[in-house]
Design a protein. Sequence first.
Length: 416
Amino acid sequence: MPGNITNFIESTFASLKHKNFRIFWSGQCISLLGTWMQRTALVWLVYTTTNSPFLVGLVGVAQFLPMLFFTLFTGAVVDRFPKRKILIVTQSFLMIQALALSILAASDSSRYWQLLLLCAFLGITNTIDMPARLSFFFELVGKDDIMNAISLNSSIVNLARIIGPAVAGIIMVNFGAPMCFFINALSFLAVIFSLTKLKIKDTVQISNNNRNLLSEIKDGIYFIKNDETLMINAIFLSILCTFTMNTEVILPVFVKTVLNMGTGAYTKLLSAAGVGSLAGAVTMAAVAKRGVKKGLLLISAAATITIQIFMLFSSNYKLSLILVASIGYCNLVFLNVGNSMFQIYAPDKYRGRVMSVYSFLTQGSIPIGNFFAGSAMELLGGRAGFPVCGIAALICLVPVVKRKKTLIRMWLKSEL
């Protein structure tokens, strides 16, 4: 029994044996808590001041629209420069954005369009930060532990997702939203400090800097297109991330119009989604040594669509907590498998560009999804948010499954 526990711990936390990853991971633990405090406070601030689901959706559009237009270009840029140095710059810019947001929200002269402008700046910075950060994990732990590193990173993201909204709720009630933004600004100091302490050799994957940037982007896209496994992965990611990852936009409207509750219920539901995601991250970390299970991509996709459609019948707070936590679990497993497939199947020279495609699919799709979810709720009410998104994802996936049914059947058999 003790041996089994030891093996479980060693397997679950395998990537922490790498000192550089431990240092970076520790900095991320602090910074991500501030990030989730800011995200929670911003959505609630916009909704309570505008009382418009559509304008809440536009906040997501402003934050993630730059991903849609620029991420593929930044992936090629990431492969040209040392990723550690890129991250020091981007994290510094994110700290400045949070500080500016705090000052603006605290002033009596703040306007909605000014908040949108700062959200757009956040989105532009993240177009560089995200592919650099995701591909940086491989440099810290190598191929054998990359899936475990992804899972452990997901675990702290979702632990912050649990704690962050709860802390944000307390701070908003007692000090207001601007304090949440200020705390987030301070939290970036931890990750910047950790980056300066890493003992790694700064490497560049593309040595020929005179080559056309568009040609490098095309190379990355063609690499994915010519690999059937990665292509199906990309299609599933694009559909699911567009329609089933809109929880943050849907919840404030769902809480107010369906549950008829306030800030406390909203932050608890966000935390429930985080609990589910954390459970999913721990599960994936524990099974990481077994390799990528492609069938899990399909199973988790089917599960989250089913649960979101079932949300149509939930008017009970406790049932909603369970269902939202389940959505969080399924979405995390889905994203973890999709991320791992890209990381493991991509050679070093393509990694920045391949991960920029992952960022494009998972983050660039958010403006479309936020706009879709916000518009659906504006027309049909808060109850329609989850089920309409689930039905839309199902409709888009049916022709894909029919066309690739042989390969998909093989993936599913591998899980049985």
